[in-house]
Design a binder for this molecule. Sequence first.
Ligand code: NDP
Ligand code: BG6
Length: 513
Amino acid sequence: PKEKLKDDLLSFTSTKELDAKSGFDGNENESTVSITVVGASGDLAKKKIFPALFALYYEDCLPKHFTIYGYARSKMTDAELRNMVSKTLTCRIDKRENCSEKMDQFLKRCFYHSGQYDSEENFSQLDKKLKKQEGGRVSNRLFYLSIPPNIFTEAVKCSSLSASSGNGWTRVIVEKPFGRDSESSAVLTKALKQYLAEDQIFRIDHYLGKELVENLSVLRFANLIFEPLWSRRYIRNVQLIFSEDFGTEGRGGYFDNYGIIRDIMQNHLLQILALFAMETPVSLDAEDIRNEKVKVLRSMRPLRLEDVVVGQYKSHSRGGVTYPSYTDDKTVPKDSLTPTFAAAALFIDNARWDGVPFLMKAGKALHNRGAEIRVQFRHVPGNLYNRNFGTDLDRATNELVIRVQPDEAIFLKINNKVPGLGMRLDRSNLNLHYAARYSKEIPDAYERLLLDAIEGERRLFIRSDELDAAWALFTPVLAELEEKKIIPESYPYGSRGPVGAHYLAARYNVRWG
Ligand code: NDP
Ligand code: BG6
């Protein structure tokens, strides 16, 4: 299919022609959605945003009248953008199916405008092109800011002053990082709010779009068996673990200014924690859910430096291959103290969670790639089966594991009788393995989030007070790490991370799962 795409590189098709094909009845009031990917030449746009838009189109989830514009400084024609985009589209929904026709149709709806991010004039030119495509209908406009954070404000200013919709909604998806501490985040929020109302800003945290993260609330609130156990009474500790088996290759320049705590913990893991620990919301309404998340974040005990362990990966040779150190990256200073690994023990000082350690661990260049939530339950009171039957139940407690990725699964570790005439116990899993249970492929997080933004559903986006609370938790410890120039513990590329993480967990009587 890709060869075919290259052959007939999609000539310009006007909205009118598309309407003729799609049966537009000429009703001028019918609305259109224009999606502008700002930073369209970049890595995220190619890897995630265009493929997600195509998947939505393939699944008939995009509105009947839509146009996609790429916007960036690079010089490109519409055909060149389509060529670039076509290389990353996959027929992931059904690998056996031939998607080439759908891809053709999708690419015909993609256009490109080259412009500066701080030029109102260039965005006005885009506005003219969008109007032409919109053909006088009610026009809704979504801007996806897929650009480095230092140009967010200028791009928001120029796009909203010059290319906002005149008669429909205008929404802006902002990619992380939203600042690098409380102060810079507040400055960014203030700057964005000069040009946009809070309900126009969609701060994306793509972990909220992951299937098993979305399922957390279903698991808790749609099953009788979990919610009664969901407190300090039965839960001993909760672990939120993120690991990647590759380093910061290619993104060292960005990463060195942020580090793993800002890159993963302050957003992805903390968002999971908030969903995990929040009280039952009044409804599934975005504001009700976000109100509960903010309450949890505000109830968190200030994080102390002694409850944080940081690490940085070092070169390691294995099987004849030498893996680099973090500081081997040319864009990273040789004396960088930026952590590529961190572990932290956090506490929520409210009635439900008082005293329960929430342990976070995140690292790059570790032995595997994965993200999971582990809930370790308390030991069974009384001594009925303890010790005499092959299991120490004080140690072999129940554990609920929610494997967010890869190979999505939920499993509950239980103690079970080994079949036979004797009485011996072992640990087994009650296992919900997604690939075995559901034949449908799981959508990418960006698909869900883009669709939600188009539909105005804010549930999975971060509200500004949530962001403030998240930064308030991490800012003091980040400042202390930097002021005191804490040297990260070294760990070999491809290992399980620094040993300090185990001591930290042991201090709270926890063993990492
Ligand atoms: P890129 O570095 O690829 O930048 C995107 C585009 O912005 C580039 O193609 C370039 O386009 C323009 N650009 C780059 N640097 C500058 C600059 N200094 N001044 C002006 N324009 C510049 O970023 P990504 O695509 O990787 O990421 C986009 C956003 O998404 C960032 O905020 C990033 O933090 C976030 N993000 C990225 C992820 C990823 O996996 N890549 C994951 C999660 C978040 P041109 O030169 O054509 O104008
Ligand atoms: C991004 C981080 O937010 O998430 C990256 O900036 C990280 O450093 C990525 O690699 C991980 O996302 P996923 O969906 O691949 O787990």
